[in-house]
Design a protein around this ligand. Structure first.
Ligand code: FES
Length: 158
């Protein structure tokens, strides 16, 4: 989605000033799936918050991204417990199927792939988080079915 300064200005107006910086950034992140540089400049100007403070908040919280993300976010846990239960096979399959590596986004902006080292639910491993939903005991077939369902849903939406 392209950056729309007028809509962003409305978001800022709605949320008020300095105290609600995180709320405004959350709305921008939800809308664009990242924080465009122009958006952070506009937030700084409209809210009267130094740009350095906006960047400081944006880079402190993992929920914010400064780079454009895919429509769907997939994160594979590669911690020890998940690794011994087959996380690497799942990750390799995803890398090959999506044509991307962890930390990257597919060229069609549909998927961002990431890894994490333990989500604190080791007994359920391997764990894959898809768009914020934790899915346990994952293996290649289940991930393939999941991707097929996501793509079907996306096509139905289009
Ligand atoms: S190693 Fe994956 S949840 Fe702990």
């Amino acid at each position: 989605m392209d950056f729309e300064p007028i809509e962003l200005a409305q978001t800022i107006e709605k949320n008020g000033t300095g105290d609600s910086l995180i709320s405004v950034l959350e709305e921008i992140q939800a809308r664009y799936r990242y924080l465009p540089r122009q958006a952070m400049i506009l937030v700084s100007e409209r809210m009267g918050v130094p740009l350095s403070q906006v960047y400081s908040v944006a880079t402190f919280y993992n929920a914010f991204s400064l780079e454009r993300r895919g429509r769907h976010e997939i994160c594979v846990c590669v911690g020890t417990a998940c690794h011994v239960r087959g996380a690497q096979r799942v990750l390799t399959w995803l890398e090959e199927s999506l044509g991307t590596k962890p930390g990257e986004t597919t060229s069609d902006w549909n998927y961002s792939l990431d890894t994490v080292h333990c989500l604190g639910a080791c007994a359920l491993g391997p764990i894959v988080v898809v768009d914020g939903e934790y899915l346990g005991q994952m293996h290649v077939r289940k991930v393939a079915e999941l991707l097929a369902r996501i793509e079907q849903a996306d096509m139905a939406e289009a």
